[in-house]
Design a binder for this molecule. Structure first.
Ligand code: NDP
Ligand code: OXD
Length: 308
């Protein structure tokens, strides 16, 4: 069995070593190696190139190394080759930790106190308890659901929004475009955990921000192309939004001359909210390869109609 890998080298080295120890029948090759295995069956990729399938005529499955698979133009991949995103517990836990940290920072107004500190101002403001704060998550998928459950268990008032109906104990669930304004109207802190598709590109725009309550905040951990950054800057300037934390941008890295860097009340992290973890992910990958070989459904296969 042959895996071709094209992504972060250190992770690949760790996976290769792990497979050599536990699954020695699997050949694991790096894309950049000179002896290119044209007979590779399982392509495990973050970066893609147009000649991918030309170079790998025996590809059976394409796996994304990450939770998103929007880097692939799925329309150009033959229907008999499933495209699969990463679902693994380490990636989920990392996202829960990042979003929980960001939510608590906004909930307890840490940005406001940091601004005061710069001006040497010692001034307390009334604070709310989590039970008095409403947090909403766009996307009730693998990651959004785990985030919502953690926020709910922490005591926040929670709601989620998705494409199709969901039921989550203690979480008010909304779905579809029609229900979006009602969902947004409650969200003091809005978290974006959507996949990037034709339907979600540019969704974080002036119209959406206007539907949020005055003074709401945004945590954006989806994809850069969800966000119309000029609209975010404008909403922060007018103080309709009080704060935003963005982990993703378009393009990445954010160019040196982008107004995002100097925008007040905006925190930026460089696409680090979560990442695929070496050990938990290699076993998730292996499980899926075995499932493919046994003719079973794959965990995380992209639905070509929905695009995610
Ligand atoms: P899933 O596919 O499991 O979940 C996607 C969710 O979004 C589902 O609830 C889906 O609805 C909902 N959704 C999709 N399209 C729409 C739409 N048009 N309107 C309303 N809801 C919609 O994805 P994951 O939770 O695994 O990952 C989400 C995203 O997080 C990734 O695609 C990636 O962009 C981002 N990510 C970012 C990382 C970072 O470090 N910043 C790390 C990992 C992921 P339904 O349930 O009805 O299908
Ligand atoms: C992912 C990411 O999709 O890191 O996993 O963004």
């Amino acid at each position: 069995m042959k895996i071709l890998y094209r992504s972060n080298r250190a992770r690949g080295e760790a996976w290769k070593a792990w497979l050599a120890e536990y699954e020695p029948d699997i050949t694991f090759t790096f894309w950049e190696e000179e002896t290119f295995p044209s007979d590779a069956e399982f392509l495990v990729l973050w970066e893609v190139s147009e000649d991918l399938l030309e170079k790998c005529p025996n590809a059976k499955v394409i796996f994304s190394v990450g939770a998103g698979a929007d880097q692939f133009d799925i329309r150009n991949i033959p229907a008999n080759i499933p495209v699969v995103r990463m679902i693994e517990p380490g990636l989920t836990q990392g996202m829960v930790e990042y979003v929980m940290g960001a939510t608590l920072a906004l909930h307890r107004e840490i940005p406001r106190y940091l601004t005061q500190q710069k001006k040497h101002i010692w001034q307390a403001h009334n604070s709310l308890l989590a039970s008095q704060r409403h947090v909403g998550v766009m996307g009730i998928g693998q990651l959004g659901k785990a985030v919502l459950l953690a926020l709910r268990d922490f005591g926040f008032q929670c709601s989620g929004w998705s494409r199709s109906p969901h039921h989550l104990l203690g979480v008010e669930c909304w779905h579809g475009e029609k229900q979006l304004p009602e969902f947004l109207a409650q969200c003091e802190i809005l978290i974006c955990l959507l996949p990037l598709t034709d339907a979600t590109r540019g969704i974080l725009n002036a119209r959406l921000f206007a539907s949020l309550p005055e003074g709401a905040s945004l945590i954006h951990v989806g994809r850069g192309e969800h966000l119309v950054s000029d609209d975010l800057i404008a909403a922060l300037k007018t103080k309709h939004l009080s704060n935003a934390i963005i982990d993703v941008a378009s393009p990445e890295p954010i160019p040196e001359n982008s107004p995002l860097w100097n925008c007040e009340n905006l925190w930026i992290t460089p696409h680090v909210a979560s990442e695929t973890r070496n050990e938990s992910a290699v076993s998730a990958l292996l499980t899926n390869i075995r499932r493919y070989e046994n003719g079973n459904e794959l965990f995380g296969e992209i639905d070509r109609q929905k695009g995610y």
